[in-house]
Design a protein around this ligand. Structure first.
Ligand code: DQA
Length: 148
């Protein structure tokens, strides 16, 4: 068990944040988001494992590797809308997983309105940009708090 660790996992094309469609995603880079996550985790006395991959199977492996952690913050990018494999990985791992999107996917194209992941996620945050990661880590931290 590593219940002081949160795994922040990022899927395809998120390595291009900062220059990728700035009108939608802003100019915050993934390195900025990682720094924000590390600061937020420190505030809550948690540790962060932070990864990005463009490959679906690697995301499956990363979700498996997070078994026993306090939680996963997952921005699966476009795989959100396509991947039964990621949904099954979340269910199989059993680690509380917060689905995060920078943009408000419901204000965008209809194909982004459906998520294979939401039904097995602990919660979903979208539309708040990088702050969504902060909110997700805070929510997982709150789930750990014990009554004295
Ligand atoms: C995204 C939304 C997805 O629809 C899209 O494919 C992404 C990014 C977001 O963070 O807003 O790659 O997950």
């Amino acid at each position: 068990m590593s219940d002081t660790v949160v795994h922040v996992l990022n899927g395809p094309n998120l390595n291009l944040l900062g220059t990728r469609e700035p009108g939608i995603y802003g100019t915050t880079t993934l390195a900025d988001i990682e720094a924000l996550c590390r600061d937020t985790a420190a505030l809550h006395q948690l540790d962060i494992v932070f990864h990005q991959t463009n490959h679906e199977g690697e995301l499956v492996d990363m979700i498996h590797a997070a078994r026993g952690a306090l939680g996963v913050v997952l921005n699966a990018g476009a795989y959100t809308h396509t991947s039964v494999a990621l949904r099954d990985a979340i269910s199989a791992a059993g680690t509380p997983t917060v689905e995060v999107h920078l943009s408000n996917v419901f204000a965008r194209e209809p194909f982004r309105h459906h998520s294979y992941l939401s039904p097995v996620a602990k919660g979903v945050i979208c539309g708040f940009g990088a702050q969504g990661y902060v909110l997700a880590i805070a929510a997982l931290a709150a789930s750990r708090k014990v009554v004295p």
